[in-house]
Design a protein around this ligand. Structure first.
Ligand code: NDP
Ligand code: MG
Length: 396
């Protein structure tokens, strides 16, 4: 059989490179059709040489020109494209079977949606796309017969713990009581609150268990990541925020659980390595080797659990509230968070100001229903502009 053609949106990132590592192990099963990146052209060049995709895409013309010269010099048969429309083009190309959606943030929304509308097998890492436009995205998946498989380790774990007929039957008919979303609590689980304002970007990006991009690392430290994941789970599994319980589990061995009415709790476990959920989704319903070390229970010795503190993680409540409000609130929350995290990484905002900025953006922008992509993009833009203004005010 012919190998599956894979398009990787965000190939140079943490998820992108882990995906390529899984592909590297199974050349008989997968081949790279397209790779996309943003600024990391050196990494993309290496990937082009190794994986020889049909297409390589960069949003910016100047970088694409540099890649074009490289491709010619190396005599590679690769078409180099630029511009955001080119992301949609490769994500929906008729030759593509599977799209790994691994661009970080709102920039990933349109190409991920293009893949869904083209009925592809969409492997979703880009949670921000779903948080921004949950209803519209899920409608597109259903309407165009796309297959949506979660890459986020928690959602992939939940998916693995659900019965096969879950999509047709839903949570009640499957006898499910609730979903237990686990989170490590990030690097500041033990830090005193008095130390929080002085936290630096490098400290926030040093996650104890996972090696990830800088944006999601900061989200993990504030636990906005768990908040975004709560919203993501509501859309993916058609549940309400009240049906999700967030539990701190510092070892990151149990990646999430499903609690059934008969008293059973199913958990998915593994070493914290994103190649496990990536390989699971790529091979589903089969299983392939992901190159991940086997779980050593004697080495782990204990698994512990705790309640997340509201004082330590205000972002979690902000996200849960936004989802309960519905409409454009999750879109505005996500936009404000992206601006706040960038300002924190640029050392314009302190760590505790991230939650403040999000809260203020939410209270000073308009709630509205969202029914079209245009209304989502408008809410995103308005909240981003307001958050940016607030950054200027807070730094002045
Ligand atoms: P990285 O920052 O490591 O990678 C992001 C990728 O997106 C890079 O390829 C980057 O290109 C590209 N990119 C960034 N901005 C743009 C843009 N404006 N237009 C086009 N491409 C862009 O992030 P991660 O891999 O950590 O995360 C990717 C997504 O997966 C996020 O949504 C995150 O929440 C989610 N996720 C990640 C996990 C992880 O373990 N890392 C776990 C669960 C979910 P370049 O490098 O060339 O600049
Ligand atoms: Mg996760």
């Amino acid at each position: 059989i012919k190998p599956e053609d894979v398009c990787i949106l965000g190939a140079t990132g943490s998820i992108g490179t882990n995906t390529l590592d899984v592909i590297r192990r199974h050349p008989d099963k997968y081949q790279v059709f397209a790779l996309t990146a943003h600024r990391n052209i050196e990494q993309l060049k290496l990937q082009c040489v190794e994986f020889k995709p049909k297409y390589a895409v960069l949003p910016e013309a100047e970088l694409a020109q540099e890649l074009q010269s490289f491709v010619e010099y190396k005599e590679l048969d690769i078409t180099v494209l630029h511009g955001v429309d080119s992301l949609d083009f490769v994500a929906s190309h008729e030759s593509v079977d599977t799209v790994m959606a691994a661009i970080v943030g709102a920039a990933g929304l349109l190409p991920t949606l293009a893949a869904a509308k083209a009925g592809k097998k969409v492997l979703l890492a880009n949670k921000e796309a779903l948080v921004m436009s949950g209803a519209i995205f899920m409608d597109a998946v259903k309407k165009h017969g796309a297959t949506l498989l979660p890459i986020d380790s928690e959602h992939n774990a939940i998916f693995q713990c659900l019965p096969e007929h879950f999509v047709e039957k839903g949570i009640e008919e499957c006898g499910i009581h609730n979903i237990v979303l686990t989170g490590s609590g990030g690097p500041f689980l033990k830090k005193t609150l008095a130390e929080f304002p002085a936290i630096t970007p490098d400290e926030a990006c040093a996650h104890p268990n996972w090696d990830m991009g800088r944006k999601i690392s900061v989200d993990s430290a504030t636990m906005m990541n768990k908040g975004l994941e709560l919203i993501e789970a509501c859309w993916l599994f058609d549940v309400k925020p009240e049906q999700i319980e967030v539990v701190l589990h510092p070892q990151s061995i149990i990646h999430s659980m499903v609690r059934y009415n008969d008293g059973s709790v199913l958990a998915q476990m593994g070493n914290p390595d994103m190649r496990t959920p990536i390989a699971h989704a790529m091979a589903f319903p089969d299983r392939v080797d992901a190159g991940v070390a086997p779980l050593d229970f004697m080495e782990i010795s204990q698994l512990t659990f705790d309640r997340p503190s509201k004082e330590r993680y205000p972002c979690l409540a902000l996200a849960s509230e936004a989802m309960k409000q519905g409409g454009n609130s999750p879109t505005r929350l996500n936009a404000a968070n992206e601006v706040a995290v960038q300002a924190f990484l640029d050392e314009k905002l302190g760590f505790t100001q991230i939650a403040e900025l999000i809260q203020q953006t939410l209270t000073s922008t308009e709630y509205a229903e969202v029914s079209t992509l245009e209304s989502v993009l408008a809410a995103d833009k308005e909240a981003r502009e307001r958050a940016q203004q607030l950054v200027e005010e807070m730094t002045a």
